[in-house]
Design a protein around this ligand. Structure first.
Ligand code: ADP
Ligand code: MG
Length: 383
């Protein structure tokens, strides 16, 4: 991985130069360095398309392009060809509402009932968030403020987090880990501090505050690379999470994180997520329910047995099952278009349609991966 390291180091160096030039008012030079950073990150993506940070880098490039545009405008306005005496910091929109606070209308429209199965996970969430925020007096020993939902992809972590948001009347600060690392280009540390400050302010208004960090591993692992001060950002986040637990604080501020790859989290972060909740793949009963749910709006032939389908789909995630139903539906739609010119109604979906789909669509969760989650859970249960 020598080249990868090297590229990241180069990107970081150029980023520093870009910032220094920008702060010094030399926008022309800043643009040059920003372009370099974008090129280097692009090269990294091309070389290692499946690197865990590729998504982050893509955003970073988009943000850098945006930044370059802003600087070009500033240059035009100042008419100075890029040499301005005082760095005119681009005006930040100052609204009364913090940028990461979700409006009522922005809250995801997911309820507990929409989440199939996962009874244990739901109960854990209720016990660790809903009860203490309703009756803090019943928890003299305190309660967890850091809650981590972990498990294989496509099994409902994001969905559960969204349901919590609707289930308790709370202020929600939504942080997307990938964007936190890119957008702020080195300002992430200050912005983390600002988010927690705003969270404390809002909590004083009487409702709990949930800081939701989806795919927190992008932010809480050493694998995330230094391009713009991520180490300081991580330290700040740890400090803020500790602050939530300080003695005598009855604060109802929670950090709710989700991750598909808990093993990428650093130990200090694992420690701060005192409550770790496993979100497993759907069991037999949940799979029956999922097939029923996704088939409801479809026309289904009497030959279809949801129980049989559930038996055939061990290791399939909830999102795999959704795909299976979509694919089965696509077969009858395709037929309608190819054989009947798209006229009339599609025939009902049969068991054979489902079987054909299952032959080509394998489960996304292997027994090995499952073992890995269980091992991780056992290992970090105690800390
Ligand atoms: N337990 C479940 N109940 C209902 N739908 C589910 C469930 N698990 C997965 N799904 C479906 O799969 C999609 C992806 O789930 P998501 O919560 O984003 O997974 P994760 O965050 O664990 O990767 C959901 O939008 C939903 O359509
Ligand atoms: Mg998710």
């Amino acid at each position: 991985m020598w080249a990868s390291e090297e590229l990241r180091r180069l990107a970081q160096k150029n980023m520093e130069l870009a910032k220094r030039s920008e702060n010094g008012g030399n926008y022309k030079l800043a643009i040059k360095y920003y372009n370099k950073v974008a090129e280097i990150l692009k090269a990294h993506i091309d070389l290692y398309p499946r690197h865990p940070l590729s998504k982050t880098y893509r955003r970073q490039i988009a943000d850098i392009r945006e930044r370059i545009k802003q600087l070009e405008i500033l240059m035009l306005e100042s008419g100075s060809g890029g040499q301005v005496a005082v760095a005119a910091t681009p005006t930040h929109e100052r609204t009364s509402k913090p940028a990461y606070l979700l409006d009522e209308g922005e809250k995801p429209n997911v309820r507990w009932e929409d989440v199939v199965g996962l009874e244990d996970a739901k109960r854990s969430i209720i016990e660790s968030i809903v009860y203490p925020s309703r009756r803090p007096d019943l928890f003299p020993l305190g309660w967890p403020r850091g809650i981590l939902l972990f498990g294989p992809p496509g099994c409902g972590k994001t969905m559960l987090a969204a349901a919590v948001v609707n289930e308790i009347d709370a202020y929600i600060f939504h942080i997307d880990a990938a964007s936190i690392m890119s957008k702020w280009l080195g300002e992430s540390e200050r912005n983390i501090a600002a988010i927690f400050r705003e969270a404390r302010e809002y909590e004083r208004r009487g409702k709990p505050v949930i800081i939701l960090i989806d795919e927190v591993d992008a932010l809480a692992s050493t694998a995330s690379q230094e391009v713009g001060g991520e180490i300081r950002m991580r330290r700040q986040l740890l400090k803020e999470m500790d602050g939530l637990l300080e003695k005598g604080h009855k604060r109802k501020i929670y950090v709710l994180g989700t991750t598909n790859t808990p093993w990428r989290l650093d130990i200090p972060f694992i420690r701060r997520f005192q409550k770790r909740i496993y979100v497993p793949p759907p069991d037999y009963n949940a799979r029956v329910e999922l097939f029923k749910m996704y088939s409801r709006p479809l026309k289904i032939d009497a030959s279809v047995s949801f129980e049989k389908l559930a038996e055939m789909t061990r290791g399939y995630s909830g999102s795999d099952i959704l795909d299976v139903c979509r694919d089965a539906h696509m077969r009858v739609i395709r037929e309608l278009f190819e054989r009947r010119g798209g006229k009339g109604e599609p025939r009902p979906i049969t068991m054979d349609d489902f079987k054909a789909v299952l032959r080509s669509r394998k489960p996304s969760i292997s027994p090995d991966i499952l073992k890995r989650y269980e091992e991780w859970y056992r290992r970090y249960k105690a800390i």
